[in-house]
Design a protein around this ligand. Structure first.
Ligand code: UDP
Length: 328
């Protein structure tokens, strides 16, 4: 029996495939390779294509005994989603609905969904609980929330069980150094600061230092990509054991400011990393920190990478050895 991983050639998808393979699971991957990298898939059976391609999806379900799905395939740029909302509704929501339809047709009844902290919008309190209000501030978060709701109704109507995992800031790279983060364009803080350390950028621009935080810069909750990957597997195991559908936050529970991250990168890389204070980035809340108590208690999830320096070391190891990402 196989696990279908959609978006398995993406950043979090490829790390989850790696963990599944380590556990001896049979893995089937579908990825359009629009954003993903063929080289990041360390094993399993790969299909290139789109979730909206009904014929391809039928073929995948017929050729493999798909027992469950882990669904990552999506665009993930918040800014782009505001500029091009329909691209996000089309790719993130419509393709997810097509996937769910195929699961229904082929009798696959379990799905772990890659959701996001962006479903919360401006937090009502910190740390953020799963039961807090969800008012996304951009189409990216909106489409993820819409699919979470579709899952709820699909469970009621068809008995498709789901776990939605709302990630905070995914970062780091596989401990083997074989796979890591490679986005085009890169917009995330840690890889951008590491590009400065590599001499690929002159400085890091800090998006605003007048927030209501200790040092004035935004505070985020950074979580290692392999810890995220492990959480998917635990969530799937729970569904396999007859668990009911559920929603979980995934973060470390600890916040670091942008300035603190830049300082940690200086310590890890030994590079002085010039910084420039720029304008605030639209839509950035001052503080986002998860409560991950629920997943710790219910699924016994425990992050292995608890130190931010260790997380940055794994990312540095990847970027240092792959300065051009997978193109190297
Ligand atoms: N950030 C920054 N400069 C950059 C990129 C990001 O100051 O060049 C800040 C951003 O405003 C946010 C934090 O770093 O407060 C993390 O941003 P990222 O894009 O990595 O993740 P997000 O929080 O948007 O999911």
């Amino acid at each position: 029996m196989a696990i279908l991983v959609t978006g398995g050639a993406g950043y979090i998808g490829s790390h989850t495939v790696a963990e599944l393979l380590d556990k001896g699971e049979e893995v089937v991957i579908i990825d359009s390779l629009i954003k993903g990298h063929r080289e990041s898939i360390l094993g399993g059976r790969f299909y290139e294509g789109d979730l909206r391609d009904g014929e391809l999806m039928d073929k995948i379900f017929k050729e493999n005994d798909i027992e469950s799905v882990i669904h990552f395939a999506a665009y993930s740029l918040v800014g782009e989603s505001v500029q091009e909302p329909l691209k996000y509704y089309n790719n993130n929501l419509m393709s997810s609905i097509s996937l769910l339809n195929k699961m229904k047709e082929h009798g696959t009844k379990k799905i772990v969904f890659s959701s996001t902290a962006a479903v919360y919008g401006e937090p009502e309190s910190i740390p953020i609980l799963e039961s807090d209000r969800t008012v996304p501030k951009n189409p990216y978060g909106e489409t993820k929330l819409a699919f979470e709701k579709a899952l709820k109704w699909a469970d009621e109507a068809y008995g498709i069980k789901y776990a939605s995992l709302r990630y905070f800031n995914a970062c780091g790279a596989h401990v083997s150094g074989k796979i890591g983060e490679d986005h085009m364009p890169e917009t995330h803080l840690i890889p951008l600061v590491l590009q400065v350390a590599l001499g690929q950028r002159e400085h890091i621009t800090i998006y605003g230092d007048d927030y209501a935080t200790d040092d004035g810069t935004c505070v985020r909750d950074y979580i290692h990509v392999t810890d995220l990957a492990d959480a998917h597997i635990l969530a799937l195991n729970k569904l396999n054991a007859g668990g009911h559908s559920n929603i979980y936050n995934l973060g470390s529970g600890e916040g670091f400011s942008v300035k603190e991250i830049v300082e940690k990168v200086r310590e890890v890389t030994g590079h002085k990393i010039p910084q420039v204070i720029g304008e605030r980035r639209a839509g950035d809340p001052a503080v986002l920190i998860a409560s991950s108590e629920k997943i710790k208690q219910e699924l016994n999830w425990q992050p292995k990478y608890e130190s931010i320096s260790k997380i940055i070391e794994t990312a540095w190891n990847w970027h240092k050895n792959h300065p051009k990402g997978y193109k190297l």
